[in-house]
Write a protein that binds this ligand. Structure first.
Ligand code: COA
Length: 436
């Protein structure tokens, strides 16, 4: 028998073209991170932009991985992209100056939507099918969902029967929805590239420092992934992370992660976004041991700090001899974003026994460039400041910088550089009057 929620669903069900008509000229639209982008709706909005039916529409997203008409530069001025974290298909356009971006620590994105953005006309999202209580799950994201829902004047959904139904604070009720359409589209997968020997070496050094019972976060890139692969021999680990990854599924399935030593969210894996393979999506679907939460919860340093011995592992582009970390640009060239790096470094700094690892290969471009520099390349963005940084790791070793003198820090950082760069780094350090 059809219940009242199913009746509401039928009343709101439309074609993607009809749903796209809710988007008017000058509207600010926003969607959840990455796989939350509602493909059928943005494509239909794009068609309207192509026909000249709308102009001045902005699409805001943290990390665009699927692509969409807002990336099409021929639609500039009609349907434009604003990036909150650059990667995947959105990167080149930001680097070329075709799209703008909003600098942020990921934990603060919900506050920006609640308090600082002028308005949010449309919140649109790709979601899982409605349950019998009238709820859709945002599946792959918690992130900014609640904040956008609170702020949006219009809510449009693309209901994809292939979207996993995840639990947590990422639900939308049919009563909050303006209109919806239906899709059946496999989720875009992220395949992990094979790990290099250096990734494995760095991963091993970090894994050796992770105590049993620790709760951890792993960031983006080959090195955090290597750490994930190497934690399998540990016991009773917990996951409280920003991005959920395939290596974390392996750790849960092999029994290394139980989440039972966590002081909060006991027994649950907590994340705010996910992108991986179908194996991961199958794991997340309808799984009560996995929850998606808003990013102002997962990445809140005070929440992270409630876990003793918290371990965070993130990657970077370069580090200078003062310990300043750039993780988001190559010189002036914008590469990614701050994401949750500083959020998790701050959280681990507050956690009793916490350890914050920032890791990188010591060189780039086949050994021709040292990623340890006397000073950051001009224009580099400081993602983690010198007073916040804890461990720096390269294939040449591990250095804990907190509490050491500036000279000792520089000396340790030089020892992490590739041998062919150490003499020059020492010379420059002396010129800067660092006491090494
Ligand atoms: N100078 C010049 N080029 C450099 C460089 C340097 N110091 N460091 C890296 N590069 C180049 C690499 O050669 C590579 O180029 P290619 O694509 O042409 O091969 C590219 O930049 C990416 O470097 P790589 O080390 O492979 O990146 P990664 O995939 O391991 O990601 C970050 C590293 C830092 C970009 C990524 O972790 C990130 O975006 N971090 C920011 C936010 C964050 O930490 N979030 C964590 C919470 S989830």
């Amino acid at each position: 028998m059809e219940n009242r929620f199913q009746k509401m669903y039928q009343q709101k069900l439309k074609t993607p073209e009809e749903v796209a008509k809710y988007v008017q000229s000058g509207f600010i639209c926003g969607c959840p991170t990455a796989l939350g982008e509602p493909t059928a709706i943005v494509n239909a909005v794009g068609e309207r932009a192509k026909k000249g039916e709308i102009e001045g529409v902005y699409h805001h997203a943290i990390l665009c991985v699927k692509g969409g008409p807002f990336l099409d530069v021929t639609l500039k001025g009609r349907y434009d992209y604003v990036s909150w974290f650059t990667g995947g298909v959105g990167r080149k356009g930001v680097q070329d100056g075709d799209y703008d971006y909003i600098p942020n620590n990921y934990s603060t994105a919900p506050k920006y939507w609640r308090e600082l953005m002028p308005r949010l006309d449309v919140f649109y999202a790709e979601v899982s099918p409605m349950d019998k209580h009238g709820y859709f799950s945002c599946g792959m994201a918690g992130a900014e969902v609640s904040a956008m829902l609170e702020r949006a004047s219009i809510v449009l959904l693309d209901v994809n029967d292939k979207m996993p139904r995840t639990f947590g604070n990422n639900m939308i009720h049919i009563s909050e929805v303006t209109a919806l359409c239906e899709s059946s589209r496999p989720l875009l997968e992220l395949q992990n590239p094979p790990l290099s020997e250096n990734d494995k070496k760095i991963g091993r050094m970090i894994a050796d420092l992770v105590p049993n019972g620790a709760t951890f976060q792993l960031g983006i890139g080959g090195i955090p992934n290597a750490v994930g692969m190497l934690l399998k021999e540990k016991e009773d680990l917990g996951i409280h992370t920003e991005m959920f990854t395939d290596s974390m599924v392996d750790l849960i399935e092999c029994g290394a992660v139980t989440n039972k030593k966590k002081p909060i969210n006991k027994g649950k894996t907590i994340a705010t976004l996910a992108w991986g393979t179908q194996k991961m999506y199958d794991f997340m679907d309808d799984n009560p041991s996995f929850e998606m939460h808003p990013v102002d919860y997962t990445n809140n340093p005070n929440v992270i700090a409630q876990h003793d011995n918290f371990v965070s592992v993130n990657a970077c582009v370069e580090v200078d001899l003062f310990g300043q970390v750039c993780a988001e640009s190559i010189g002036t060239k914008h590469y990614s974003g701050s994401g949750g790096q500083l959020d998790f470094v701050r959280g681990t700094n507050l956690s009793k026994g916490g350890q914050g690892f920032i890791a990188m290969q010591s060189t780039a471009k086949n050994g021709t460039i040292s990623k340890i520099k006397p000073i950051l390349t001009p224009g580099s963005i400081v993602t983690t400041g010198k007073n916040e940084v804890d461990y720096i790791v390269t294939e040449n070793g591990v250095a804990r910088l907190k509490g050491l003198t500036a000279g000792k820090r520089a000396q340790l950082l030089i020892s992490l550089a590739a041998p062919q760069f150490r003499e020059e780094l020492t010379f420059e350090a002396k010129k800067m009057h660092l006491m090494i």
